[in-house]
Ligand binder design. Structure first.
Ligand SMILES: *[C@@H]1O[C@H](CO)[C@@H](O)[C@H](O)[C@H]1NC(C)=O
Ligand SMILES: *[C@@H]1O[C@H](CO)[C@@H](O)[C@H](O)[C@H]1NC(C)=O
Length: 178
């Protein structure tokens, strides 16, 4: 099996943990048995072996562009080079945090939403003209922006993600009208 295929299989292992927070979310389409997962690299959100494990990743979207994987999670976007997979784990080469601002979180909480829902879940992740187009739920006030593919920097302003991005963290389906 090629490294790409192995790497992908490793990634499918993660949604088991991700789904635990929002019980309404439909289960993953595919489960890989633990004994198989052990043989392939997994992504745990770390830059290298000696860094600490972080909190659960809440992976929402994965996009492969040539030999690079982009992983959209909760408040975090990762870039992983598939040619740099070392042993049992894939490490990110770049991480960019895109959180909801305090005001959006406050309004979301006032609407009675749980604090886990008032975060930025990246639901749309597209390759576009050498860069990325990303939309996040942004505490029920969805926003979209362009990002550079190499440094993961936001380019230009954010635009409203209404009708482009689902509001609800628990809904996995994407409506993209742009
Ligand atoms: C991916 O590879 C193709 C073919 O080599 C190349 O034309 C394209 O520019 C690459 N895309 C990116 C984003 O590097
Ligand atoms: C993102 O980039 C595309 C293509 O360059 C452009 O048409 C679009 O207006 C940009 N969107 C934002 C939000 O900057």
């Amino acid at each position: 099996m090629t490294t790409v295929a192995k790497a992908f299989i490793g990634l499918f292992w993660l949604p088991r943990f991700v789904c635990a927070v929002f019980p309404e979310e439909p289960g993953p389409l595919n489960f890989i048995p633990t004994e198989v997962v052990r043989r392939y690299p997994v992504f745990l959100g770390r830059p290298h072996h000696s860094s600490f494990r972080q909190e659960p990743l809440h992976i929402q979207r994965i996009l492969q562009v040539n030999r690079t994987l982009y992983i959209g999670a909760r408040d975090d976007l990762f870039r992983v080079e598939l040619d740099n997979v070392v042993g049992e784990e894939m490490f990110y080469s770049k991480k960019r945090t895109w959180e909801s601002n305090k005001n959006d979180i406050r309004i979301c909480r006032m609407k009675g939403k749980h604090e886990d829902e008032c975060r930025n879940y990246m639901k749309v992740l597209l390759s576009r003209q050498g860069g990325l187009f990303i939309c996040g739920t942004n505490a029920f006030n969805p926003l979209c922006a362009n990002y550079t593919g190499d440094t993961l920097e936001m380019v230009g302003e954010t635009v409203s993600g209404m009708a482009r991005c689902p509001y609800e963290p628990k809904h996995a389906n994407v409506a993209l009208l742009q």
